[in-house]
Design a protein around this ligand. Structure first.
Ligand code: AMP
Length: 483
């Protein structure tokens, strides 16, 4: 380090160095105490300043939900709440942060989710923790740690919330995404699997999304073990034709090769043994029964012999939901799920059958947006009642307005309003923008008289009514409009 050498000798040469180095990145200044102090150059200082001014950026793969999409999101959340409550699922919430071993042990250490995508780090207690990449493992922990096996079975849980996977971000694939999940514990009956599919299918349908169910059975653990031997031996015989990633998977997780998107792999898979031929009688009967239930409910499905779902805990039924007009493969899967009869025991609980599904809500939102763009008729308004605007004039009216808005809300009547606006003209403009059918107008005179004005926004006709009759009058208007 030649420049440093110069600074450590005499004062004069140190001065020279300072002068010389001003334009460089850093300056080594020598103090009388002979201590060296690193002073950032002006360039670096100003860079630091501008950095301090820079707005911290959203992390890659993360998204904000903005008010413009707020109603769509609330529609998605409310539909989830309505349908899961109708099918007697109990709302459940678990921490976003869990012991990493929960996911490693349940999802499997050789899966993409655990191996590549899970956010794992040590917390301040040097404990290995993970941001949950999915909900099933957490629900199994809840079932075990809250002794739910002693409650009447089945135990049905639902939740909604963020999941995290350090995936390569692209349309419909984010690092934080939301899922709606339903899980059923304690009963091994085909009707449970079918009910979950019915719930997910109808949830999507209610949001205007026509979907197709892809379904398969991967049998019980013994069936799968026998099938794996057969599949591995077949794939080994075709090893030279497989893609590099499939060659790796052949050693670690050959089942995953079944959902390869590689064209060469797909050719090899055409002749591969199919798991349905390796199912035990019990698994075959169980699967047939699931399909019969779906037939009975008129749920369209496609038997997909290569569908395996890629996580270790699945047994028997596995399924995925695809938007009907979807053109590409896995990316457009709206959700999926399956049976996982071995998971609770594997995590240290009692032997407990279970089944569940997860729907990716960002993809649901994308499908709803597509609907809005392509179909005029679809209406996703969160609140279907015709909007009524509340306009006020003057400080006294504003105070009364705030009181009246709350009084009306208690009786189920809601308004669009902007109490910060002062001119009636601008308030009526906003009312028109929101397609308000009526505007309640409250001014100084109305307060003195104990009245309010109701303006029909289409005809412009205004009616003065007693303030005490406001709720009844508005209710009548709302009833008339919803008929
Ligand atoms: P999985 O259990 O991995 O099949 O996930 C269930 C659903 O969650 C998928 O069908 C997607 O809709 C959604 N999902 C999974 N990963 C992501 C992601 N990285 N970004 C957005 N949605 C996702």
């Amino acid at each position: 380090m030649p420049s440093r050498k110069k600074t450590t000798t005499k004062k004069a040469s140190a001065k020279k160095t300072i002068k010389k180095d001003v334009s460089k990145k850093t300056v080594v200044k020598k103090q009388s105490s002979e201590k060296k102090v690193i002073v950032p150059s002006k360039k670096k200082q100003s860079a630091k300043k501008s950095l301090a001014k820079k707005v911290p950026m959203l992390l890659r793969g993360m998204r904000d939900i903005l008010p413009k999409d707020g109603n769509l999101w609330l529609t998605i959340y409310n539909a989830a709440s309505d349908i899961s409550r109708a099918y007697n699922f109990g709302y459940t919430e678990t921490p976003i942060l869990e012991d990493a071993s929960l996911f490693i042990r349940s999802i499997g250490k050789d899966t993409d989710v655990v191996e590549k995508e899970m956010y794992v780090f040590e917390d301040k207690d040097e404990k290995k923790v993970a941001l949950r990449p999915e909900f099933t493992a957490s629900s199994a922990r809840v079932y075990i740690s809250h002794g739910m096996h002693s409650q009447p079975q089945p135990v049905k849980m639902w939740t909604i919330g963020p999941m995290f996977r350090h995936d390569r971000p692209q349309a419909g694939r984010y690092r934080q995404f939301r899922q709606f999940d339903c899980e059923v514990y304690g009963v091994r009956d085909a009707v449970v699997d079918a009910e979950l599919i019915v719930v997910a299918y109808n949830y999507l349908k209610e949001l205007g999304i026509d979907c197709q169910v892809h379904i398969n059975s991967i049998g019980n653990l013994d069936d799968r073990q026998r099938y794996l031997l057969e599949l591995s031996s077949y794939l080994r015989s075709k090893r030279s034709m497989l893609s590099d990633i499939s060659k790796k998977r052949l050693l670690k997780n050959p089942l995953r090769i079944l959902d390869s998107k590689d064209e060469g792999d797909k050719v090899v898979l055409e002749e591969a043994p199919q798991i349905l031929d390796w199912l035990s009688d019990d698994s075959k009967k169980f699967f047939m029964s699931v399909l019969e239930h779906l037939d009975e409910c008129g749920i369209p499905y496609i038997l997909q012999p290569t569908l395996v779902r890629g996580l270790d805990y699945y047994t028997d039924t596995v399924f995925e939901f695809f938007a009907i007009d979807s053109t590409d493969g896995s990316q457009s899967a709206l959700g999926g799920g399956g049976r996982y009869d071995g998971l609770v025991k594997q995590l240290g609980g009692h032997d407990t059958p279970a089944c569940g599904f997860a729907i990716g809500l960002e993809r649901v939102l994308l499908a709803m947006r597509k609907n809005i763009e392509s179909r005029d008729t679809i209406d996703y308004s969160f609140d279907n009642r015709p909007p009524i605007y509340f306009a006020q004039l003057g400080a006294q009216a504003r105070r009364r307005a705030l009181y009246l808005i709350e009084e009306m809300r208690k009786q189920g009547i809601m308004f669009i309003h902007n109490l910060a606006k002062t001119s009636l003209k601008s308030q009526l403009e906003v009312a028109a923008k929101y397609n308000a059918t009526h505007t309640v107008i409250l001014g100084q005179k109305e307060i003195q008289d104990g009245t309010v004005i109701i303006r029909d926004m289409e005809s412009g006709i205004q009616e003065i009514i007693d303030e005490k009759k406001l709720a009844k009058t508005l209710q009548k208007l709302l009833n008339r409009a919803t008929k």
